[in-house]
Design a protein around this ligand. Sequence first.
Ligand SMILES: NC(=O)c1ccc[n+]([C@@H]2O[C@H](COP(=O)([O-])OP(=O)(O)OC[C@H]3O[C@@H](n4cnc5c(N)ncnc54)[C@H](OP(=O)(O)O)[C@@H]3O)[C@@H](O)[C@H]2O)c1
Length: 358
Amino acid sequence: MPFTSSKLTYKAYAYKNGNYPIELIDETIDLVKDPQGTYVAPPGKILLKINYAALNPVDYKLYHIKPSILRFYNCKQGFGRDFSGEVVSIGKNTSTSVNVGDFVQGIYTPILDKGSCAQYLLVDPKHCPVTTKPTNISLAQAAAWPLVLGTAMQLGKGLDYKDSKVLVLGAGTSVGRYVVQLAKLGGAREVVTTNSARNKDLISELGATEQIDYRQHPNFLNPVLENVKNSGKFNFIIDCFGGTHLFPEINHILVKNGAYHTIVGDSPGHGLDAMLGGVKTISRMAFSKYGLLNYNYELRFLDNNSGWINAARELIQEGKVKIFIDKIYPFDELKQAIERLESGKAEGKVVVEVARSE
Ligand SMILES: NC(=O)c1ccc[n+]([C@@H]2O[C@H](COP(=O)([O-])OP(=O)(O)OC[C@H]3O[C@@H](n4cnc5c(N)ncnc54)[C@H](OP(=O)(O)O)[C@@H]3O)[C@@H](O)[C@H]2O)c1
């Protein structure tokens, strides 16, 4: 799509910090003139017209913790990481496999910057995973998987699920649903999960062999120990929700040299609790690194390098993993979408429709 002006103006959601509302504002992207005299994306960048954005807990966590001082760093903090949309321009010297006109999905990774709840987004494919949309899913579904499936893959990186016994904490979360599916695909012998009873059938369809209802057992240590008594210790614990319930008995739960991978650490909340939890999490990681634990403990994060996204795309294209959408909200109902996400009741991704594709 050739542009006739050096500035592309569009609507985007942004805020200064948690003391200010998230508002729809006018944003601009600076384009560069090409030899034909029209304007295109700057070198190394892909310009996208966004169709859907999906929300993640990191979006509201950042909104709540971004301290006032940071407003001087960026007065227009964007909202949203996951996106789907159309490639409308590609700058010179951009290393990418996508082409103008392709429908794509991906993750906008710069955290203190713009966001995907916007009509346009300029992405650097060196740091933002982006790939063409699988042909068997809608554009709304396309926005719903990148961050959570990518995180689930990162959690399982280096683990051989074949014939293993796996405990997935928070299997009902968007990430957890993929961890269960990947463990099953990898050939796990047993997949025990914590999740509420409302998704019992779904989680067992995805691959859980036994479930512990965390609402019935807020401290699920005893049911886990009971399970160990019946069928032995776990090779891997994958924590998608955060918490410390198992640590008092961890050596009776995990095999020696087993792995405990978490994406949250000790505290799922924010504020002082999260800070104290963070200190304990980092200390445990240090103990693990220096061989002072019987198991490997790691806090893992989504990998910004885009290598994994094509493997993830293949899993979707081949129908090997399912995508879950809780609800799609219109662009002007971002507030309601955030409330739904923050309620902790969403069953899958909360998606925002920026523009329906023609
Ligand atoms: N480190 C990273 O790179 C990274 C990346 C992605 C996400 N995260 C973090 O991972 C966490 C999960 O993210 P998400 O997007 O997958 O979450 P989500 O989809 O928003 O999770 C919602 C689900 O959480 C489950 N849940 C609520 N309370 C629970 C409890 N006490 N124990 C277990 N499950 C509970 C509920 O499932 P049921 O009631 O149906 O069981 C609910 O449907 C968040 O804290 C997020 O910030 C970290």
